[in-house]
Design a protein around this ligand. Structure first.
Ligand code: HPA
Length: 249
């Protein structure tokens, strides 16, 4: 990341509770008006560049997607002067080319979540605020990730509509068929409200998604934790390569 005015954070999801290769310089337990973030903020250097790391599900991994305090996580990063966030998400693949261990840098999303705190603009406010969210991912940060993926021998897609479902259960085959009709290419449970909250705080935000299973009904088999773990083992190495490359570009 050549622009010295940028301060980068990585939010690691399932399979990325710790950032291997990060030379840790500090770890801070912080608080926010929205409560505590999922884990202490980890400060360090990756490929020689400063980065803040936050484990979305806590460390160890224990907070399910619908109980993550997204508002505290994003606010805590903003408090540290972070300007740019890369959110890493494990997802299911719907689109034909997006099978296990495929990396996706989505350009759009559809939010199917409910009952999550999804805005900072509520309660006692002087004015009503509606942010623009036409293009939910920061194009500059997306391009950084795309250039990084290009440099490595990684199977990736530079587009994709991310469907964010409520979870924690996986979908039915009929739900996946509906998401496909809606134009979705991948499904996860943690992309929202994270992206919208980042936008509300004027942070640049992009998603680096790793497909860890075919979505329900895309094969004749049911989805098992074993196959998910196998895809994580295979694919998280690619995710790390892309992260290091994009930070040091
Ligand atoms: N659906 C929703 N979220 C997911 C999936 C899935 O198939 N795989 C990993 N996260």
């Amino acid at each position: 990341m050549t622009d010295s005015l940028k301060k980068l954070a990585i939010i690691g999801g399932t399979g990325l509770t710790e950032l291997e290769g990060l030379e840790i310089t500090d770890s801070k337990e912080v608080s926010t008006p929205y409560g505590a973030p999922s884990a202490p903020l980890i400060f360090g250097r990756l490929g020689g560049k400063e980065v803040v790391f936050l484990a979305r599900h806590g460390n160890p991994h224990r907070i399910p997607p619908h109980e993550v305090n997204y508002a505290a996580n994003i606010y805590a990063l903003k408090q540290q002067g972070v300007t740019t966030i890369i959110g890493v998400n494990a997802v299911g693949g719907i689109e034909d080319v997006m099978g296990p261990a495929h990396v996706v840098i989505p350009d759009q999303l559809i939010d199917y979540t409910h009952s999550r705190k999804s805005t900072y603009f509520e309660g006692e406010m002087d004015t009503v605020t509606h942010i623009d969210f036409s293009f939910p991912y920061a194009e500059e940060t997306r391009q950084l990730l795309i250039r990084a993926a290009e440099k490595h021998d990684v199977a990736y897609s530079n587009y994709g509509v991310y469907a964010c479902t409520q979870g924690p259960r996986l979908e039915t085959a009929a739900e996946v068929a509906r998401l496909e009709r809606d134009g979705c290419h991948i499904i996860g449970m943690t992309g929202m409200p994270e992206a919208a909250l980042a936008a509300e705080l004027n942070l640049e935000y992009a998603c680096l998604a790793l497909v860890v299973n075919w979505a329900a009904g895309k094969t004749e088999n049911i989805i098992t934790m074993e196959e998910i773990e196998q895809a994580i083992d295979e694919g998280m190495g690619y995710v790390r390569q892309i992260l290091v490359e994009s930070i040091t570009q």
